[in-house]
Write a protein that binds this ligand. Structure first.
Ligand SMILES: [Zn+2]
Length: 331
């Protein structure tokens, strides 16, 4: 991984990381934060490869060919320790931190640094965060701990305060759009980016999954609810099936549609909309509706989204939202 493979929006932060190497001042603990889908983990891996490389290039980036770089590329480097949940969304259990502590008690296998990646760091639970604190309080030889998270506020202050924080920002729309187009996303790159809330890597994944067509299907069902042409209970059941779209994404879409309707009621222009491609339909919809209950519906979407991380009956949650949306349209 050298400079040319660093994402264009991370060049400045990469220079900052490289400066640590130039000054031979490897931080004991780094906390890399920023919204999801902008390449924080990739940045951490690029830094790790540079830190561990046996024959770094003159710009301090990794050579890509030495033993360390080869082992890292194969994900078999003995000094590259990744601590992550068993499954996405699950907590990082205390057993994982205990295993890490055992490994850190030994010296790194190679002469260079050892790098530990904790990602996503907010998945440390109370017990594992407490155990991990020991790693931060009693630094081990030639070891760099890197925590990656898009939710730093969920980390205990005791952990945050012991790390050097690097905040990655999302790219400007134009830069992200340019990058997406270079990746082969020629059509609707702006809408894809807007759907991904400006995160280029998510936008790329959306384009690969043809998310615009999927969104269109959901949107049409939602319109049919407004026209009282859809069985709400069946739709709710369909929407909460495990193979359906992630509910957090779906609710974000619904929020986007409702927010755009409210904005359109106030004559918003295309740049102010989340879904400029749906402008005509949304405009026609909002003309029939009263704004006050629409605001209230937006609030209930916000609340519903915050409840998704709790053990809630998702079928019921969706039924209630669809009933409200249907009622809004029939008053
Ligand atoms: Zn190398």
């Amino acid at each position: 991984m050298n400079l040319s493979t660093i994402y264009p929006w991370q060049q400045a932060i990469w220079q900052h990381l490289i400066a640590y190497l130039a000054q031979q001042r490897i931080p004991q603990a780094l906390l890399i934060t920023g919204v999801a889908g902008i390449g924080k983990r990739y940045l951490a891996e690029a830094f790790a490869s540079a830190v561990m490389c046996h024959t770094p290039l003159s710009d301090f980036s990794a050579c890509g060919t030495c033993q360390s770089c080869t082992l890292l590329a194969a994900q078999t480097h003995p000094d590259w320790l990744v601590v992550e949940p068993e499954e996405p969304g699950k907590a990082i259990g205390i057993d994982k931190i205990r295993q890490l502590i055992v490994k850190l008690a030994l010296k790194p296998q190679f002469e260079s640094y050892r790098v530990v990646l904790i990602s996503p760091a907010e998945q440390l639970n109370n017990a594992s965060a407490n155990a991990f604190l020991k790693c931060l309080e009693e630094p081990t030889t030639r070891t760099c701990l890197i925590l990656v998270t898009d939710k730093p506020s969920r980390l205990p202050a005791t952990i945050r305060s012991r790390c050097q924080t690097l905040m990655c920002s999302a790219p400007e729309t134009n830069l992200a759009k340019q990058w997406l187009e270079q990746q082969g996303v020629q059509q609707h790159s702006e809408v894809q980016l807007s759907l991904a809330q400006g995160a280029p890597l998510i936008a790329k994944a959306y384009a690969d999954q043809d998310m615009l067509a999927i969104r269109q299907n959901y949107f049409e069902a939602w319109l049919q609810v407004a026209e009282a042409k859809k069985n709400l209970l069946q739709l709710a059941e369909q929407w909460q099936k495990p193979d359906a779209l992630d509910l957090n994404v779906l609710l974000a879409w619904l929020q986007g549609w409702v927010m755009d309707m409210i904005k359109l009621a106030y004559q918003a222009n295309d740049q102010q909309l989340h879904n400029p491609d749906m402008k005509k339909t949304l405009q026609a919809l909002v003309k029939r509706l009263e704004l006050k209950p629409l605001y209230a519906f937006y609030d209930s979407l916000l609340i519903a989204r915050s409840q998704l991380s709790t053990p809630i009956n998702k079928q019921l949650l969706l039924e209630q939202l669809l009933i409200r949306w249907s009622q809004l349209n029939t008053r």
